[in-house]
Design a protein around this ligand. Structure first.
Ligand code: SF4
Length: 260
């Protein structure tokens, strides 16, 4: 038996999301508003077409786009990703050689002291919380997962300091598992400029991107947009005249280009 109409609508999805502990009331209201518009199939079709065009150009422009965080194992990638919150990858890469030299495996970090870890990661900001998180993560990895990284989103996000974005980065980059679309500051901003999402809420943006991008592109789309955000579509001064996406980019929210 099919679901009654009012239960099969996007409002039902919004009602389910409302029960997520991580979603606050204002976010829930935004989800409801967006969910209402998701009924518009022609808009979804337009965004899918736009996504196909964008992916084609990104693939040509950045054929090889990899995670910029230096790592040699899944544990190291996870640690570096936790440390990269509110911080640039370059800065993380400047401290991880010392950190991984001293604690090459989860077992080593699990036995560390808070003070010793704080001293190494001090330049990254939020060093107390970050030290607690990576030490807690390492302990749980050793105690509950035999020192190996789990391969599901649910298990990954049960680790201290690991949210959905961090879990998606590691599952996608290390294991090639497309568990979601990584929505960092570049992906969120540029996807909006390109008209592929209309939300600045990362959870909503991810949901909208997953709906229009083929699953096979989820991992690389984020890597490529991050490169694009660093090289061309720079936050305060996007270099639109040099951008290979210009002819298809509506530049949502930006003033018109001079001489255009
Ligand atoms: S055209 Fe401009 S706004 Fe659009 S993606 Fe390129 S640099 Fe960014």
């Amino acid at each position: 038996m099919g679901q009654p109409d009012h239960l099969s609508s996007p409002l039902r999805k919004a009602a389910i999301l409302e029960r997520f502990d991580s979603v606050s009331l204002p976010e829930t209201l935004e989800i409801c508003a967006i969910a209402m518009t998701e009924l518009d199939q022609s808009e979804i079709a337009d965004r899918k077409r736009q996504a196909r065009r964008v992916v084609r150009v990104l693939k040509k422009t950045y054929p090889v786009a990899e995670c910029a965080l230096t790592h040699n194992s899944a544990y190291q990638l996870l640690t570096a990703t936790i440390l990269s919150a509110q911080c640039t990858d370059e800065r993380v890469n400047s401290v991880t050689p010392v950190l991984f030299d001293k604690y090459p495996h989860a077992e080593d970090l699990a036995k560390s002291t808070q003070k010793a870890v704080e001293k190494i990661i001090h330049p990254l900001g939020f060093f107390r919380a970050k030290a607690e998180n990576i030490r807690g993560m390492a302990k749980k990895l050793v105690d509950e997962f035999g020192g190996e990284l789990p391969q599901t989103l649910e298990e990954m996000t049960s680790l201290p300091g690991v949210g959905r974005k961090t879990a998606n980065v590691v599952l996608g980059t290390w294991y090639g598992i497309a568990s979601g679309v990584v929505v960092d500051t570049h992906v969120k901003r540029i996807s909006k400029l390109l008209g592929l999402t209309d939300s600045i809420n990362p959870e909503i943006a991810e949901r909208q991107l997953k709906a229009i991008l083929p699953k096979t592109e989820w991992i690389q789309y984020s890597h490529r947009l991050i490169h694009h955000g660093r090289q061309i579509c720079i936050a305060r001064r996007p270099n639109c005249t040099e951008c290979p996406l210009l002819r298809m980019c509506p530049r949502v929210g930006l003033p018109p280009l001079k001489n255009s």
